[in-house]
Design a protein around this ligand. Sequence first.
Ligand code: PLP
Length: 383
Amino acid sequence: MKNVYMDNNATTRVAPEVVDVMLPFFGELWGNPSSMHYFGGQVARHIEAARAQVAALIGADPTEIVFTSCGSESDNMATRGGLEAAGPQIRLITSRVEHAAILGPARHYAEHGGEVVEIGVDASGQLDLAELHRELANGHALVSLMWANNETGVIFPIDEIAAMVKQAGSVFHTDAVQAVGKLPIDVRRTPVDMLSLSGHKLHAPKGIGALYVRKGTKLNPFLLGGHQESGRRGGTENVPYIVGLGKACDMAAHYLGEETTRVAALRNRLELGLLDTCPDTSINGDRIKRLPNTCNISFQFIEGEGILYHMSDAGIAASSGSACTSGSLEPSHVIRAMGVPFTAAHGSIRFSLCRYNTEEEVDYVIETLPPIITRLRELSPFV
Ligand code: PLP
């Protein structure tokens, strides 16, 4: 079998239809959208069409969408711009399992004297809502909590959280980079103030993202410069990528529902196949409230890196829940926050599927992986 790609939470393949709509903007449609003349005007129209496509996927008004360069920029803009706009003394409430794009700004804020609170999760990766409730009662805050976790796929109850935050009179940002395109999202129903998304997680290219900013939300621009994006982000727009993101959002809207159900069935087939054939194997994270495409699975007594290496040899691409820090393999902060025991934490592997995966690919992994696990366990000092 040729290469099997199951690392879609890291990045996705760009949809061919997305490439098609982008190409003219590397050719005849090269104007600067801010120019008054014909060349600019014909390009500016396409940016606004893409803005409407992105807005439609999450139920927003197009004027509430700001294009950025990636999910990390959206997260930085929401937190750093939101904190700056709110003035001194505001706390940042986040969680222990956020992506580095939130934890980085949180640490920066703390290092500069800001107060940061990191809410914990339980063994299934679910947020401690009682702790959040207590912290919200301690005064005004900017709250940033992810919609879905990139490593485990665990979905936080964002409707409930957003309602709690709004009731407490605080500001709510959600990092929905892994959720957009995989789950139905409607900001008319869910009272988030800001929401981050990233193109390369939903079959648009890397290097394009967006931040939803609800009308009336106080937010300082993160990138200072020209008047682009209604003064909310300086810099000449990345027109081809914006157009590509619009098309990818349009396609994601079309695929939500039936196609995500098919992907969930593939994921379940993979998961049950591996649990059935590999002893001492467990799933990390809430198995119900989880992204349809994600499976984080621990193979006890072996290192994730070893599994990845042998899978890669067999043409299978996934990722591990460990990060190599100065030679020692440390389980990721997400797995650690969930309190997964040492012997399981080290052997955690994330499979993340997408609409291009097939049943044949899943069956190939179910056939190929168990002998790798058996061999590695024979060599393991932990068994
Ligand atoms: N937030 C989450 C939950 C992510 O999974 C990622 C990327 O992996 C990001 C933010 C950052 O997005 P980008 O790679 O577009 O900067």
